[in-house]
Design a binder for this molecule. Sequence first.
Ligand SMILES: [Zn+2]
Length: 497
Amino acid sequence: MNYDLLIRNGRVIDPETGFDEVCDLAVSGGTIAAVGTDLGPAEREIDATGLVVSPGFIDLHAHGQSVAADRMQAFDGVTTTLELEVGVLPVGQWYDAQAKAGRPLNYGTAAAWAFARRAAFGGFTPDGSVNPLNHMGSSNDLRWTTDTASPEQLSDLLSLTRESLEDGAIGIGLPNGYLPGAGMQELTKICDLAEEFGRPTYTHIAYMSNVDPHSSVDSYVKLIGLAGATGAHMHICHLNSTSLLDIDRAVEVIAKAQAQGLRVTTEAYPYGAGSTVVGAGFFADPEFTTRTGSDYTAIEMVKNRHRFEDRDDILRAQHEDPKDLVIWHYLDIEVNAEHRRMLDVSVTFPGGSIGSDAMPWTLPDGSIYDGLDWPLPDTVSSHPRSAGTFTRFLRDYVFDRETMSLTEGLARCTIYAARVIEGCTPQIARKARLRAGFDADITIFDPATVTDRATFTDMNRPAEGVKYLIVGGTPVIDGGALDTAAAPGQPIRCPRS
Ligand SMILES: [Zn+2]
């Protein structure tokens, strides 16, 4: 038999079955044809001696969604990148725009409840062809984020969301923290809708605080209540950042809910700093410092690295341009051992996947970079997690500190994420496994050198150690170098009705 590609003599790991052997892996027509020894011949061979051969990493939480963002994530081992937390509206328009752009990685999105809500409140038409973060906070009239929906508004936002589900959205994004005005009547209806379609919701919880009222724990318990009351699968985005300093109590209540069979899943990223828009409502809260345990100096403007001095300073920036990106250093993991421990609790939570929350690459004026230069221009910035989440996790948690086995670490990058959506997304059920018949999305890395390189001062440094990244049988990274012509990414989309 003649194969397209033969990956020879690598350490092949299939996290789902626990298969872990030095052997060969053959690819034909974009599919894994065989795993074993003495395979061949093939059109092309890759010598993977000393390298780990893993299923391609699946990122459920990626806001970049551009060729530039894909390339940086490719070096981080990612083969499938999905915008689920915020989502897009209308999704058909978005999938068309991505197909035109020629994406290196597989891409997909949820339906954006947030923009359905904004449209229902009037004066706004969502545009599925632009990055959804362009629609967040970019308005002086913020009633769509703060007010309870009227019965007419509720009915409108439900039908707009339904249209995108019918058009193949992978569930519903619920960035509740940016729309705290949404009431329980509305949220139960949205979750009913997700459950009707058998698709998950992805929540950025309504409130982040270590103390009541409106604590993070309060928000998690409401989310658990939604899972119980509606039967919907509630996926928790970035368990690390939204739990702040109250992670221990947060994971206790989430683990209890899971033990009772409620469909609640989690993801986390291995950084003690989060990224968002300066217009996020919680920064304006007069109680911000008591509620979060953070000082205003913990918040940094991405475009000029300005650290805010006080509340007036950040209110000024919110007024100037609420879309400006900021980094919030809510845990000081480098110097504070207790903060380090808390981050570890979220990242190692049983069954949780790694999700990057990768942000778009932005120019100094705050606009999103959509160019094709490689390497990325020095002037663009984002968050180091947009370049190094998965490799940082492997280097730190698996190889350096040995908090878990390599197979368990890779499961968090692959099969645990796939399981969140594969029930409704048949394409994902064909990924995250290195067995004959599954998609040839493969990440091949050097365990001795794999690491992130991006820092808060040098964000656009690609990660190191991923030698080959294969998407649907086509190399995007080949011998450690990016193939700038490669665009094998496919749309990941639920069946349309
Ligand atoms: Zn978020």
